[in-house]
Design a protein around this ligand. Structure first.
Ligand code: CUA
Length: 341
């Protein structure tokens, strides 16, 4: 009776693993490929060891099993120098075979590419529960959607505003922690193909750790240049309605930045939020967003009760700030229409 739900659950879990944009089994780019190669190496060794051990065990079970008329205890063997040397040396060799490429890959992954002239430098800051991306060479800051040019090396510098988080894009790279003690971690990866890859926080960081998602959008170099240019558009965009614009400025822009405003790194930068892959990292804007509806509905859900979407996040409830339902809807509609280009 329990088999069906269990099989269904396992199917669902495996279906989750099959998502191409969130799978270490479909590596995209050199960093992810090197971890995948290590995985294949260790699993192959494991399979060989299992086969040998089970074959020996099966042989012993059959060859030395008790015969019907056998009543005396067989000869007992205690210790064998030969065997002990053998089963110490073989694992030692296996450990070396695993360790050499692992250590190599770990050092290669941690290589500092910040001096690389061609690498795009991105400062990643973890926040409870969102990601901030600063393109230091371009003076552009954004959140949740990391836009990168396909094929280019991206050199990351990782830190955190609060607690320990871990930056992870399963199909592009390994994980790297953001440390609260002030140390800056560096690593790099590149995405050879254009596409959208899902990223996750991989370190338990509070009640909404599981919702601390982000996206990596790998685009052509022209599209990347265009994106940078539209992010640098000089003016802050405001709602058309003057009263709503005033509310937006006094209530939202005290923590959030838009356009050319100085980023305070307190809350996600809102420039072009309507063009992002998701609202708050988890309320997805799927393909139907050309209608304008889903992103707007998601923004309304978020703004009417941020704590229900991401418990423990630091966004104040707009109602507590004195905003009416109409004002909240108005701001959601404005933000949904705040797209790039
Ligand atoms: Cu941030 Cu888990």
């Amino acid at each position: 009776k329990r088999l069906l739900p269990m099989t269904a659950a396992l199917g669902l879990i495996l279906a989750g693993c099959g998502r191409e944009d969130l799978s270490v089994l479909r590596p995209q780019g050199p960093a992810a490929e090197s971890s995948f190669a290590l995985m294949k190496l260790s699993i192959s060794i494991m399979i060989v060891v299992l086969l040998v051990v089970f074959s020996i065990a099966a042989y012993v079970w059959i060859r030395f099993r008790r015969k019907p008329d056998q009543n005396e205890i067989p000869k007992q063997v205690e210790g064998s120098f030969k065997l002990e040397v053998l089963w110490t040396v073989i694992p030692l060799i296996l450990v070396v075979v695993l360790a050499v490429p692992t250590v190599k890959a770990v050092f290669a992954a941690g290589n500092d590419h910040s001096d690389d002239k061609d690498a795009i430098k991105v400062k990643v800051t973890g926040h409870q529960y969102w990601w901030e991306f600063e393109y230091t060479d371009y003076g552009v800051t954004t959140a949740q959607d990391l836009v990168i040019p396909a094929g280019k090396d991206i050199a990351f510098e990782l830190s955190t505003k609060d607690v320990l988080h871990s930056f992870w894009v399963p199909s592009l790279s390994g994980k790297m922690d953001t440390n609260p003690d002030g140390t800056v971690n560096r690593f790099s990866f590149s995405a050879p193909n254009e596409g959208v890859y899902r990223g996750k926080c991989a370190e338990l960081c509070g009640p909404s750790h599981g919702f601390m998602e982000f996206k990596v959008k790998s685009v052509s170099s022209t599209a990347f240049e265009e994106w940078l240019a539209s992010m640098k558009a000089p003016d802050s965009v405001l709602p058309d309605d003057p009263a709503l614009a005033e509310t937006f400025k006094s209530q939202c822009l005290t923590c959030h930045a838009t356009g050319s405003m100085q980023d305070l790194s307190q809350a996600p930068n809102l420039t072009g939020i309507g063009s992002r892959e998701s609202v708050a990292g988890i309320l997805l804007n799927d393909d139907t967003r050309v209608d304008g509806a889903p992103v707007e509905e998601n923004l309304k859900t978020w703004l009417h009760d941020p704590q229900s979407v991401k418990p423990g996040n630091k966004m104040p409830d707009p109602k507590d700030l004195g905003l009416s339902d109409e004002e909240i809807d108005g701001i959601a509609e404005f933000l949904a229409g705040y797209t790039l280009d």
